[in-house]
Design a protein around this ligand. Structure first.
Ligand SMILES: [Cu+2]
Length: 383
């Protein structure tokens, strides 16, 4: 075990018993609220969420967040500000929402679970987030944002334009994201791998407002970035609690004391959930949809040949999973399917947004190699 992971493991232990560790300069929260998976909201919570968002649109908040994201775009993408800035940004949105009703908490969309056919997800139906746009301007006609006029950057109908003729592409499997969380040693690796895989493809495949700098016009933006934030927190809890390295927006080395663009607060202040203003947690046991729970996935993965396991799931390889009879049966009778290749992120889009083609290519290559390795090992996913 590396010294850094021993130190951060110790930090987690200390915070768990209520002591402030050396990196933390803020008080522990006196109460913590929970961000839930979208489909696990009760109808009361869901109706409250929709009502607050409609009020926020009426009062110009969608316009404000779309403006902020556009104005600071070049500083908050393609460098290590990506995770901390967006954590603070989603929190800011949530803080505004709480002014309407203190029970407001931003849900997340567990997008990996829809990776095989995202356009057909329950999440993108009229009962939930609404679907694709229609007509010449691809105006969205169903869901809570149906018929909305957005005012930033100029007046237009709220639009979506699902890529691939409305079908979208394959996204990233839970197994791939799990593997990537296990394999990333530092922020300089973790950030581009997530930014140019799951993060990018959801923006691009939803299209319309969501694929522009003014993407906060789509309420999917906050659900998406809350999920991205949740993945960062999973990685932080995996021995990287205080990991902040790689480039700042100006190319200098970033640190915990670097300020986040616009907010002018140090990155340190958003690192640890449960401290300072970050008084939220992620539901540890969200309702698992249609398939299986995380421990079943771990058991399936742990059946991979030892060398494949060590390369792609190094942490699972080190901590063997106890055998439980029903799951062993499940594995033996696995009717799962091969993991398909994820869709591509066009390099023209990467370039047009001032992002590094080398980073996007590297992320694409990593995901492709993962699928190849799983195919070769005969892995069948139940997702
Ligand atoms: Cu962004």
């Amino acid at each position: 075990m590396k010294l850094t992971s021993i130190l951060s493991a110790a930090a987690v232990g200390l915070s768990a018993i209520g002591l402030v560790d050396a990196q933390q300069n803020q008080p522990a929260c006196s109460s913590i609220y929970t961000r839930k998976e979208l489909l696990s909201l009760t109808s009361t919570e869901w109706n409250l969420y929709k009502a607050i968002l409609s009020a926020m649109q009426r009062d110009g908040w969608f316009q404000w967040f779309a403006y902020l994201h556009t104005a600071w775009f070049g500083q908050i993408h393609g460098n290590s500000q990506f995770f901390p800035f967006h954590r603070r940004f989603v929190y800011e949105w949530e803080r505004v929402g709480k002014q309407y009703n203190s029970g407001f908490a931003q849900p997340y969309w567990d997008e990996m679970r829809d990776y095989r056919a995202p356009a057909t997800s329950q999440v993108l139906t009229s009962n939930w987030l609404g679907g694709n746009g229609q007509g010449a301007n691809m105006c969205v006609q169903n869901g809570n944002q149906a018929g909305w006029t957005m005012t930033y950057p100029s007046s237009h109908c709220f639009s979506r334009n699902f890529r691939n003729n409305g079908n979208m592409n394959t996204w990233y499997s839970p197994e791939y994201i799990n593997s990537f969380v296990q394999r990333s040693a530092n922020m300089a690796d973790f950030r581009p791998g997530i930014e140019f895989s799951l993060h990018g493809i959801v923006h691009l495949d939803v299209g319309g407002d969501m694929s522009q700098r003014n993407s906060p016009n789509d309420w999917i933006f906050m659900l998406h970035h809350t999920n991205i934030d949740r993945l960062w927190w999973q990685w932080q809890m995996n021995g990287h609690l205080w990991a902040m390295d790689g480039p700042n927006y100006d190319g200098s080395a970033i640190s915990l004391d670097s300020n986040m663009p616009y907010f002018s607060e140090p990155i340190r202040s958003v690192m640890q959930l449960g401290y300072g203003q970050m008084c939220y947690q992620y539901a540890s046991n969200p309702i698992r949809r249609r398939d299986m729970d995380a421990s079943t996935e771990s058991r399936l993965v742990s059946k991979l040949p030892k060398d494949v396991l060590a390369e792609w799931f190094p942490q699972t390889a080190k901590s063997p999973i106890a055998e439980i009879t029903p799951s062993a049966e499940l594995i033996a009778n696995n009717s799962g399917k091969e993991i398909p290749y994820p869709g591509k992120i066009p390099m023209e889009w990467v370039q047009a947004h001032g992002l590094k083609i080398s980073e996007a290519k590297h992320a694409e290559e990593d995901a492709r190699r993962f699928v190849d390795a799983m195919k070769k090992a005969g892995y069948k996913s139940l997702h």
